[in-house]
Design a binder for this molecule. Structure first.
Ligand code: ATP
Ligand code: GLN
Length: 153
């Protein structure tokens, strides 16, 4: 499978310190994606089982020959495809590497590989300590820890 990288970031991307990478992926690809992220120092991830409708649902629908009849009505239960949503909040410098890693590990090249949404995050607050910002976003054993020569300040 040829390597696909995310194109360079568009000029409408809001500038902030933290972003949430929200990836809707094929469930059976999740183990591979998670272990690759762990290797690169990603420690904080939230995962949910979701169901969705996209081009994959659409193609199922066309095969069933009901394309025109469903326009304007609700998404029917049987057209919703099981997906997993991974939400990963990272600092700005880590965004592109994480996105490329997700593509590398999740891509099959077939319709239904999923989509990634990038959401600006205005702050991170650690409940246990009340820390905010960088101090709350950094994780023990995380990327910043792994690549810093000394413990981070
Ligand atoms: P503590 O040091 O107090 O344990 P922590 O930063 O490790 O703080 P947890 O309290 O372990 O955070 O995190 C609770 C939940 O928050 C996790 O199970 C995960 O779902 C989510 N989470 C934590 N960090 C992130 C992150 N950076 N991105 C996405 N989800 C996260
Ligand atoms: N940016 C954090 C760190 O380097 C890791 C964030 C995450 O694991 N989601 O510690």
């Amino acid at each position: 499978l040829p390597l696909v990288r995310a194109q360079s970031s568009p000029d409408y991307m809001p500038d902030t310190k933290f972003y949430k990478i929200e990836a809707i992926l094929r469930p059976w690809r999740i183990p591979q994606v998670s272990s690759a992220l762990l290797k690169m120092g990603i420690r904080g991830v939230t995962v949910s089982d979701v169901r969705g409708f996209g081009a994959q649902g659409g193609s199922t629908e066309r095969q069933a020959g009901k394309f025109s009849s469903s326009i304007g009505s609700e998404f029917s239960e049987d057209k919703l495809v099981a997906k997993v949503k991974m939400e990963i909040v990272v600092s700005k410098e880590q965004v592109e590497a994480v996105i490329d890693k997700i593509i590398e590990e999740a891509r099959t090249g077939e319709i239904g590989d999923g989509k990634i949404f990038l959401v600006p995050v205005s702050d991170v607050i650690r409940v246990r300590t009340g820390e905010r910002g960088e101090n709350a976003e950094r994780m023990i054993g995380g990327h910043s820890d792994m690549f810093a020569p000394q413990a981070s300040v």
